[in-house]
Design a protein around this ligand. Sequence first.
Ligand SMILES: NC(=O)c1ccc[n+]([C@@H]2O[C@H](COP(=O)([O-])OP(=O)(O)OC[C@H]3O[C@@H](n4cnc5c(N)ncnc54)[C@H](OP(=O)(O)O)[C@@H]3O)[C@@H](O)[C@H]2O)c1
Length: 177
Amino acid sequence: MEISLKKRRCSGGMLTYVAAIAKNNVIGKDKALAWHLPNDQKFFRQTTLSGSKTMIMGRRTFESLPRVLPGRKHVILTQKKDYKLDDENVEIVHDIADLMPYVNADEEYFVIGGAEIFKMLFPYTQRMYITEIDEEFEGDTFFPDYDSSEWKVTAKKEGIVDERNKHKHTFWTLERI
Ligand SMILES: NC(=O)c1ccc[n+]([C@@H]2O[C@H](COP(=O)([O-])OP(=O)(O)OC[C@H]3O[C@@H](n4cnc5c(N)ncnc54)[C@H](OP(=O)(O)O)[C@@H]3O)[C@@H](O)[C@H]2O)c1
């Protein structure tokens, strides 16, 4: 498919990934996350409520959310032409080309998954916020393989393990080189 998405942007707009990934690349199981980690939920909330406050996601990820998340625009990709949601914070799109305005705009838009969407939009992302969970989990959905030599770490912070956050985890910021 020929679409005029700019693959790289040195400044201005871009797609930023927000993903939580287990040691074995698992991101989901049975249409949900495979772990409970409130620290990461908090990070996700703070991040997606910043900047454009706009999240791009696949239909299956949208349906895994408890509800339309307050304060954020949801851009949902589906092939179902009759998929409708009566909510001013929801935009339904049917083709990757419909995302062009987000890829080429002057703001940062957050791509929040799932696996199909992470794979499809990977060439267009410039930054990734990855919560790495230092454990292997059983799952059925995986973050795509990528060449880490094309990315540099610009921030790294160990998550705090406590009674409510039992899995060792690290928050990484990666920028495409
Ligand atoms: N750990 C994390 O950071 C994280 C983040 C997000 C999600 N997840 C997990 O990942 C799983 C869901 O991921 P998933 O890969 O199954 O699904 P997904 O990527 O969320 O959504 C896939 C759907 O997107 C639509 N789609 C994909 N390509 C399209 C295209 N080219 N044009 C139009 N529509 C397109 C299709 O919807 P239709 O079928 O409606 O056509 C497809 O079924 C869940 O377990 C979720 O909990 C984890």
